[in-house]
Design a protein. Structure first.
Length: 419
């Protein structure tokens, strides 16, 4: 297999992070103590935000409900303390920065980071495996927390090696290279075990007869692109172990000019009615792009789960061509949603249009002509002018009148003008 963008990437995850933090504070071993992180005030229906490795070995899973734990299993309940977990996370990040520069560190989540150690191996006179081993030992000695590590030639393979393999190794470290793709990556099943494929995307791929990563790797990439857009090409690349992104790319993306729109919802939404909210928010964002004569080259979607569930995700997608097309932006947002959504109650949505460029050209494709694009622009301009003059609620889509829509009330609160 061709070697794309070969680096020495570590992906390090703090094992059972919330539960382990609580055990460290109590002075007990999370591998020997039955502890559940959940809000006891919510009764037996409370969601288990984390459980210790001891309970995992007994078959108890995180993100379940307290009543699902068998009655014959004793366990201690610890109420979530986000301040404690944030402080512990900062301690660990400080350890990473003792080994590498901030430029080579990407903080993926509160308990997971990517480290590019390519340029440090000669200095430390160590292999990537030896350096990973030293970092993990340092984390344990200084914080009492156990970490797992995946090593790979790119961020994708490092992450998947960590997710799939590291927990089964005695030293909690797994190293994958491009030669391991056919044997290790392609055998992953079900698809939702693969980084970046959520339950909803798994169902969509299953309908196409794709059941493991090998099936996905051997599917025509242009068929996947027709079905899922840019996301389809990313799926094919990842299934073949290809990831050309670098840590610095993620840092540049976060600093680029962007427009964003966030909304905290007044009730729990799910995978069915949230798509209406995403579409409404995308329309607000597109209107802002048009007003400022901007096109976006990156679309980001963030989902925050309800207080009982905690967590969520935020992912971006680089587009083939800059756009301010509402249908294209909605489609890409829904692709991200279907790929990463975990079937949990939703309370916050964020949409971001990043890497903005000036709209001083028109990008055509095989299905468009200059006349159709001009007509679309005239319609959009008319809609924008009516709303600007008479208020945003003067012209509504039919879906805005549905019970789950928030557009009308949101428009009342933020006034009649787009910023």
């Amino acid at each position: 297999m061709l070697e794309y963008n070969k680096r020495n990437i570590l992906c390090i995850d703090l094992k059972s992070f919330f539960a382990s933090c609580e055990c460290v504070e109590m002075g007990v071993d999370p591998f020997k103590y039955p502890l559940v992180v959940a809000n006891p005030n919510q009764g037996n229906g409370a969601i288990t935000l984390a459980v210790t490795p001891y309970l995992k070995d007994l078959g108890i899973k995180s993100r379940g409900r307290l009543y699902e734990i068998p009655k014959n299993i004793f366990y201690h309940i610890a109420k979530p303390r986000m301040n404690l977990y944030t402080c512990k996370s900062k301690e660990v990040i400080g350890i990473y920065l003792d080994f590498i520069s901030e430029d080579d560190l990407y903080i993926y989540s509160i308990d997971e980071c990517f480290l590019d150690v390519t340029n440090y191996l000669k200095m430390y006179k160590k292999t990537d495996y030896e350096l990973a081993l030293e970092i993990l030992k340092t984390i344990y000695l200084k914080t009492g927390l156990t970490a797992t590590c995946g090593i790979g030639p790119n961020m994708l393979l490092a992450k998947v090696a960590m997710d799939i393999d590291a927990k089964h190794q005695s030293d909690n470290i797994a190293k994958w290279d491009y030669d391991d793709v056919p044997k290790k990556l392609w055998s992953i099943k079900p698809l939702s075990k693969m980084w970046g494929i959520g339950p909803r995307m798994e169902k969509n791929l299953n309908k196409m007869g794709i059941y493991n990563v090998g099936d996905l790797a051997h599917t025509d990439k242009f068929l996947l692109k027709d079905k899922f857009g840019i996301m389809g090409l990313e799926l094919w690349n990842h299934a073949n172990g290809i990831d050309t992104s670098k840590i610095i790319d993620h840092k540049k993306l976060s600093k680029s000019e962007s427009f964003s729109h966030s909304q905290v919802l007044f009730k729990d939404y799910n995978g069915d009615n949230i798509k209406m909210i995403i579409s409404e928010m995308a329309e607000v964002l597109v209107t802002r792009l048009r007003k400022n004569q901007k096109l976006t080259q990156n679309i980001g979607l963030g989902i925050g789960y309800s207080k009982d569930s905690e967590g969520g995700f935020y992912h971006t997608l680089k587009l083939d061509n800059p756009t301010d097309s509402l249908s294209e932006i909605i489609n890409e947002c829904l692709m991200i949603f279907d790929k990463f959504y975990e079937d949990l109650p939703i309370r916050k949505v964020t949409i971001c249009a990043g890497s903005l460029v000036k709209k001083d050209f028109v990008q055509l494709n095989l299905f468009q002509t200059e006349e159709t694009i001009k007509k679309d622009q005239e319609i959009n301009t008319t809609i924008d002018n009516i709303r600007l003059k008479f208020g945003k609620n003067s012209l509504l889509r039919a879906t805005n009148l549905l019970e789950d829509s928030t557009a009308i009330e949101r428009n009342k609160k933020i006034g009649g003008h787009y910023s």
